[in-house]
Design a protein around this ligand. Structure first.
Ligand code: SF4
Ligand code: SF4
Ligand code: SF4
Length: 239
């Protein structure tokens, strides 16, 4: 039941992507910075950072429109990916983008204002036929990467938003703030490996079970491991 609700939410989020596209856009943030403006996308990234202090990367399983796309893609390529290798690409892209963003703010003479609707004056992102090119372009990149790399391939390799979530998660952990996690009753585990197969983030869940909790920032709290474990080893909890 929980997975049906989750999939329903991210499917609606995916259907709403033509409306919300600009609020996730790294380009809109840069364009805002060039004018000294904090745009809607930058506000959203800040919101993601703050929520991840308490809820880790739950955004990636329960809210993000790209989560819906990744879930559908699992039916085509369900292969585990080399998370470490892809992380290098992702953080390289993020570093270049963040550096450019800061530079643009400096060149513009600092922050002059906040405009959540910057470049989205009609509130809806895809408001002209030309913008469908961007929309379909983003979808195509995510689909191709996930089909070719494997489970959530695009999330692991190019997502410019996940570093905000990882930073919030790490800050919460550092400050010992109570955080939502997947906890494990390791004594009940029979090492069947189902959780490893079901994890969309290619995490070796059965190894983390021995530690009593999934500790990695790659965990998106989807609950697939918990809902597929026949021995009820895994469950949501606060750490
Ligand atoms: S990694 Fe990025 S694209 Fe993937 S679900 Fe998370 S926020 Fe969305
Ligand atoms: S699915 Fe459950 S019993 Fe099987 S390895 Fe994972 S935690 Fe252990
Ligand atoms: S460890 Fe469990 S909750 Fe975390 S991403 Fe994997 S399946 Fe989802």
């Amino acid at each position: 039941m929980r997975q049906k609700i989750r999939r329903g939410i991210i499917l609606v989020s995916l259907l709403l992507f033509p409306v919300t596209l600009n609020y996730f856009s790294p380009y809109v943030s840069i364009d805002g910075a060039m004018h000294g403006i904090i745009s809607g996308s930058l506000l959203l990234f800040a919101f993601m950072f703050v929520t991840s202090i308490f809820f880790g990367r739950a955004w990636c399983a329960w809210v993000c429109p790209m989560a819906g796309l990744s879930e559908i893609s699992l039916g085509v390529n369900n292969k585990n990916v080399n998370v470490r290798k892809l992380k290098i690409i992702r953080y390289s892209i993020f570093t270049v983008w963040a550096g450019f963003l800061v530079t643009m703010f400096v060149v513009a003479g600092g922050i002059k204002g906040v405009d959540p609707l910057h470049l989205t004056e009609k509130v809806i992102s895809v408001d002209s036929p030309m913008k469908y090119i961007v929309y379909y372009g983003v979808l195509a990149i995510f689909i191709v990467l996930t089909f070719t790399i494997g489970k959530r391939g695009a999330c692991h390799s190019i997502c410019w938003m996940s570093p905000f979530l990882v930073a919030g998660f790490s800050l919460g952990h550092l400050l010992k703030i109570p955080q939502m996690r997947i906890k494990a009753d390791s004594a009940k585990c029979v090492n069947c490996g189902t959780c490893d197969k079901k994890c969309p983030m290619s995490i070796q869940v059965s190894l983390s079970v021995k530690e009593g909790c999934i500790k990695t920032s790659d965990c998106i709290l989807c609950g697939e491991c918990a809902d597929n474990c026949k021995k009820n080893v895994l469950h949501y909890g606060i750490k």
